[in-house]
Every structure is written in C-alpha cells, then in structure tokens.
Design a protein around this ligand. Structure first.
Ligand code: NAD
Length: 454
C-alpha cells in the first residue's frame, strides 16, 4: 500500500473501490496506464470514480486513457538555510494533470506527509472541478513536504521562495497558476508572486497573476478567503430544498475547522443553520444548543484548534460522528470517511468541503443508509471560482466589489449544481457520478473540437 497523506493513516481497514476482494473500478484502463492495482491508494480511488462515470456515459476509451494520468509530474529538491545556520534539503511537487480547457490551476499543500499520490489525486480533482464549475482552467496541484507550524516566519519565507525558484520555469500566468491549500496562506502566495516577478520575464503587475489567493493589498480578490465555504453554502442552499430540508432550519456538524470548515460554518450559520458539533486535529467538541461559528473561529485563530473551547463540551470521536444533524460537512483531509465513520454518521446529507473525504467504501455505506452526498468537485468549487475572478481582475487591472464576487460565484455554483442534477436525471445515477459526467462532457467536447496535435 502506498503512503498517502490522509486522516486515516495507519488504518488497516480496506477502502477498496469495490467491495472487499472485488475488482477495482476501471482496472483495465488503470493497468494500461501503468497504475498499480492498489484499492487503498487515493489516486486509484479518485481515477476509479471518474472511470465509473466514464462507463456510465460511454466516454471514448482514448479520453479515459488521457485523463487517467497527469501530463506532467514535477518533483524538486532544494536546500534551505535554517535560522540556526544549518541546511535542510526540502522536497516539493507540482503535478499538471490536464490543460485542455485552459491553464493548469490548483493549490499548494504545505504538509509533512505530502506525497506524490496525494498531489496527483488533487490535481486530477482540479481538472474535474474546473470543468464542472465552468472556469477556463485545467487541473494542477503542488506541495512542499514541510510542517509550517514548525518553522519561523523567516524560515518559511526562504522555503517558499526557494520552492518558487525551483518551479519558476514550470508555472506562469497563462500556463500554470497555483493557489493556497492546506497549510499555505495568502502570505505564502505573496512571496511566490514576488519571487516569480523577479525570476520570470513577465515582470511587473502582470506577474502577480501567476498565483491566486494573494492578500487583497497585493492583487488578491475580495471574498477569496471565504470563497470555498461560501460555495459550500451556496450548494447547500441550492440542493437542500429538493431533499426536503430547509437551510435556515438545519443543524450541522463540521470536521476540520480551518479555512473551509470555519467559513462554511460561519456562512451557514448566517443563513440560520445551527452548528452543534465540531472536530479538528486537536479534538472533538459538542453543544446541542449550538456553537457560535464566529466565536469558535476566533478561538481557533488564537489557540490553534478547537480544544479548550469553553462554550462546548469535549466529546469522543464516536459522540462527534453520532451527533444527530441534518448536514455533516467534512472539511479536513482526504479519506477520513471510511466504512466505520460512514456507519456512525447520523445525518441526512454529507456536504464535502474537503477534497475526496469519503472513500468509495465509505460512500457505499452512506448510500446504503440513504444519506445523500454532495460531491467535492461541486461542493468545494467556490475556491477555484473566486481564484478565477482574482486572475481576471489581475489580467484586466480591475477590482470587483464583494457583492459582485459573491453574485458571480453564486451563478457558477448554481449552474454547476444544475448540470449535476441534469446528468443525474439523464443517467439515473448518484450525485457524485453525475457531477463527474457533467465535468467529463465539457472535457469531451473540448477534445472533440481541439483534436490531438501533432
Ligand atoms: P486548513 O489547513 O485551513 O484546515 C484543515 C483543517 O483540517 C484544520 O482544522 C485541521 O485541524 C483539520 N485536520 C487536519 N488533520 C485532521 C485530523 N486528523 N482530524 C481532524 N481534523 C484534522 O485547510 P483548508 O484550506 O480548510 O482545506 C481543507 C480541505 O478542503 C482540504 O481537503 C483542501 O484540499 C480542501 N479545499 C480547500 C480549498 C481552499 O480554498 N482552502 C478549496 C477547495 C478544497
């Protein structure tokens, strides 16, 4: 089993993409492109989901092959001087999955366990997400194998600038545009833009379009920080009524209270929903009367996690998952909802804020229990959509006000939800398969008109 950066690390339970012992979905294509038949591997799982959707819609085999592997996998090693004068060799990645619809686009993860398989999976998901949400981008992802919490600001600056110099010839405002992800923030994006401006021939203000998620004072967009959470809530508002749920009357729990989780919580709460349980890497908390999401976000900012929050009770992992809510929002890492977690959750809808939080095995359990899953490529597409708005503002030297950003984001989210619903109706399938079909249809049309050259 390959090492993947997951919250489930160390678990032995199979996250097979078929029932235990069953053949892997898309096995023939995976074998043809040289992928090992490992059902627990995140990349096998994510590509397997696409191959399943491709079968349902009868996508031509040549497109399945193209999409089953990224175009480029870049791995770099670079020395960085630490504050104590010693040198460390740091590893970084940039995977460019597909650019049929436009420049590669996707975040940079700074995490000690980041691994090529994770980055490939996340790059692949970006191709699907950008296609579904109707932005003119392909998919990419990158990362640095580093724990930002263990480095001083000066060390992080040197690590980020050295990484940028190592990949500077592989990114660009019209070629590959990174963004923040787990562990990286707007300050890191500012250092990347600044370093790139010095190293590239683009220069000047144009160079800042090489990256999104920048601080607003340096070419960032209003609304980018909350965008993914905003998109999660836009999706919920769009999809809950047909599941006979009223957003303003819903209760919810959140796994992971970082950027995506805390903004989803704050914005859903502003719609009238009530948050009753939260978990992150520091612990699990519960309060059936409600936990104020803005107040908890302030606590997390000050203390680094939900642990020690005085206005809720500490609880066990089991109590957290078993808390009865209408909506459960996983917003931490990949593969956290496996079969045991899926057996425990006590909700009507799972809204995937994180990328690939539910394993195929976990999803089968959720489906058998009648729990609806709003898939990540739809639900968390708000971040890349507002990243696109940031890039458009950089390219046109304009600044949009927040109302414009929110309104335009909502249009993309509603449209993506509509395309997903239409595919579900046409193919009579689950929402995840439908979202992949809608994404694949746009890619298929692009390949049909572009052809393959030379
Ligand atoms: P973040 O670093 O701000 O937050 C991550 C959260 O996960 C933290 O609260 C952390 O405590 C929690 N966590 C980590 N390990 C955990 C564990 N073992 N158990 C419980 N909680 C754990 O990251 P983020 O930007 O909010 O990203 C979260 C997810 O959303 C990732 O899958 C990311 O790829 C995805 N995503 C992020 C964006 C974005 O704009 N930031 C956009 C789309 C998707």
């Amino acid at each position: 089993m390959s090492t993947t950066m997951t919250g489930s690390k160390g678990k032995t339970k199979s996250a097979n993409n078929g029932a235990p012992g069953a053949p892997i979905v898309g096995g023939k294509i995976l074998a043809e492109v040289g992928l090992p038949p490992d059902p627990d591997n995140l990349y096998t799982q994510t590509v397997g989901t696409m191959l399943h959707a491709a079968e349902v819609m009868n996508l031509p085999d040549y497109l399945k092959l193209i999409l089953a592997q990224p175009k480029n996998e870049i791995m770099v090693h670079f020395p960085v001087k630490m504050d104590n004068g010693e040198f460390r060799l740091v590893k970084g990645y940039r995977v460019q999955h597909n650019n049929a619809l436009g420049p590669y686009k996707g975040g940079l993860r700074f995490h000690p366990d980041v691994h090529l398989d994770d980055v490939k999976s996340l790059a692949f998901l970006m191709t699907m997400k950008c296609s579904l949400v109707g932005v003119p981008y392909g998919g990419g992802k990158g990362g640095i194998k580093v724990d930002p919490r263990k480095h001083s600001k000066a060390e992080m600056e040197r690590i980020v600038r050295r990484f940028t110099s190592a990949i500077a010839h592989n990114i660009g405002p019209d070629y590959d545009i990174p963004a923040p992800d787990v562990g990286s923030n707007s300050q890191h994006m500012a250092w990347i833009a600044d370093t790139y401006a010095f190293l590239s021939e683009v220069g000047g203000r144009d160079a800042s379009a090489v990256i999104t998620g920048k601080p607003v004072e340096f070419g960032g967009s209003l609304g980018r920080e909350k965008a993914t959470g905003q998109g999660v809530v836009d999706t919920l508002v769009e999809m809950l009524p047909e599941l006979k749920l009223k957003p303003e009357k819903s209760t919810f729990s959140v796994l992971g209270f970082g950027n995506v989780g805390s903004w989803s919580g704050r914005i859903f709460q502003d719609k009238g929903a009530k948050m009753t349980a939260v978990a992150d890497h520091t612990g699990f908390i519960i309060n059936e009367k409600g936990i104020d999401a803005a107040d908890l976000a302030a606590h997390v900012n000050a203390k680094g996690g939900v642990a020690g929050y005085a206005k809720a009770s500490k609880c066990s992992k089991e109590d957290f998952y078993k808390t009865k809510v209408d909506v459960f929002i996983p917003a931490a890492l990949e593969q956290m909802i496996q079969e045991p977690e899926a057996e425990m959750v006590n909700c009507k809808v799972v809204a995937e804020g994180a990328n690939a939080p539910t394993t195929p095995g976990g999803e089968r359990v959720l489906q058998s229990r009648g729990i609806e899953v709003l898939p990540a490529i739809l639900c968390n597409a708000g971040g890349v959509t507002v990243s696109y708005f940031e890039w458009v503002q950089n390219k046109t030297f304009k600044s949009w006000d927040l109302a414009t950003v929110d309104r335009e984001l909502n249009k993309h989210m509603v449209q993506a939800a509509g395309k997903t619903r239409a595919a579900r109706k046409k193919y009579n399938c689950d929402l995840r398969t439908a979202s992949y079909i809608a994404a694949l249809e746009r890619l298929q049309h692009a390949y049909e008109v572009r052809g393959i050259f030379p």
